[in-house]
Design a protein around this ligand. Structure first.
Ligand code: NAP
Length: 357
């Protein structure tokens, strides 16, 4: 097969202020070259759009930037961003799965499928040392960006390791119809949670949570104060809170957590477009009396769990105990639209961009 001469890739051309706009991005054509020694040329088939990419569109890590704005000094100044910001007028990057179309690297053949970090483009010139072969016969290729990939491991590590989940716990998860949240709730049910409660941003998603994903109870956070809706859904309180949202969700969870409750602070998507620092939970003092543990997670710290995670999750998928939905948007030209749509809640399960159509 002759190689393509041109590929299209998405560049960040302006740093978004508040909610990103289509004009902050440009789809540009670039030449495609034969891979140099040690490298492979990959035709991307699926790419991931993830909430953390919003932070990379800002000059500084969002948390650090907002900390500076709030006048928080000292250690905050030393905190290194865990992923560097995207450069202006350069291709953005992120998780992708594709097919090797040319190889100058030992161990990689044309036709192999690989997971790698150069999404946001049709063809990727990848350092073979940073590519992982994946098996299309074991799972659909897009699953390596979702349930069997980074979001799946986040849910698994965040629930079982960071929140120290145990059978009989009552669990509340926000962002519950999304990639991470929908898995957290189902993992908890599979492992014997007494009760699983989810919140999401539409009535359709709420129905899905109880009817398809097996949550015991769910509510639409847009229909009323989160604290009240959570109290109604969990009159006996909760033992674990998996936070994907921050803000009023975290405050409500602190009020509902039982003594020795644990919260995994995974994300704060309600704040990612903020231009000013958001106030902290007003009831944080309750963490003292209730001896709560609120612990952040970065999925990259939990690579050691990978074998156990894949074994468990692949088994639950095979047995039908676990459902992993995807919202698939077709075409490289629609990738930024998929990203913006994900931030606005247009996805159920993992938001994927497919280049296979
Ligand atoms: P996702 O949940 O599939 O997609 C994002 C969802 O956020 C949207 O579908 C939307 O659903 C919800 N949302 C948007 N604005 C919101 C708001 N103001 N209030 C409440 N919900 C809002 O994304 P994901 O990939 O699974 O990520 C979920 C969270 O985990 C994010 O905060 C992400 O940053 C975090 N994360 C952290 C790590 C880590 O290592 N710490 C790794 C992966 C992900 P609704 O329709 O329900 O509003």
């Amino acid at each position: 097969m002759s190689l393509p001469t041109v590929s299209r890739e998405w560049h960040l051309i302006a740093r978004p202020q508040g909610e990103p706009k289509p004009e902050d991005f440009a789809l540009r054509e670039v030449p495609v070259a034969e891979p140099a020694p040690g490298r492979i040329l990959v035709r991307n088939l699926y790419m991931s759009v993830d909430p953390y990419m919003r932070g990379r569109m800002s000059q500084l890590d969002l948390d650090v930037e907002l900390g500076h704005k709030a006048g928080i000094r000292g250690r905050m100044n030393d905190v290194k961003s865990y992923v560097p910001p995207f450069q202006l007028d350069r291709p953005m990057d992120g998780g992708a799965v594709g097919e090797v179309v040319a190889s100058a690297a030992e161990g990689f053949e044309v036709g192999d499928h690989v997971l790698h970090g150069l999404g946001w483009r049709e063809y990727a010139d990848v350092n073979a040392a940073q590519a992982t072969k994946v098996d299309a016969s074991l799972a659909p290729l897009s699953a390596y960006l979702g349930v069997l990939g980074m979001p799946g491991l986040t849910a698994y590590a965040g629930l079982f390791e960071v929140a120290s989940f145990k059978e009989g716990d009552s669990v509340f998860v926000s962002g519950a119809a999304g990639a991470v949240g929908s898995l957290v709730g189902q993992f908890a049910k599979i492992k014997g949670a007494a009760r699983v409660i989810g919140s999401a941003g539409s009535d359709e998603k709420v129905t899905l949570l109880t009817e398809k994903y097996g949550f015991d109870s769910a509510f639409n956070y847009k229909n009323g104060p989160v604290a009240e809706q959570l109290k109604d859904a969990a009159p006996e309180g909760i033992d674990v809170y998996f936070d994907n949202v921050g803000g009023d969700h975290l405050e409500a969870a602190i009020s509902s957590l039982n003594v020795h409750g644990r919260a995994t602070l995974c994300g704060a998507i309600a704040q990612y477009n903020d231009t000013e620092p958001a106030p902290g939970p007003r009831n944080l003092v309750m963490a003292i009396g209730k001896r709560l543990r609120l612990q952040g997670i970065l999925v990259n710290d939990h690579a050691a769990l990978q074998p156990q995670f894949v074994k468990d999750v692949a088994g639950w998928l095979r047995s039908g105990e676990l459902v992993a939905d995807e919202t698939v948007v077709e075409g490289v030209e629609n990738a930024t639209g998929a990203f913006l749509g994900m931030l606005r809640g247009e996805n159920t399960g993992k938001m994927i961009v497919s280049f296979t159509g």
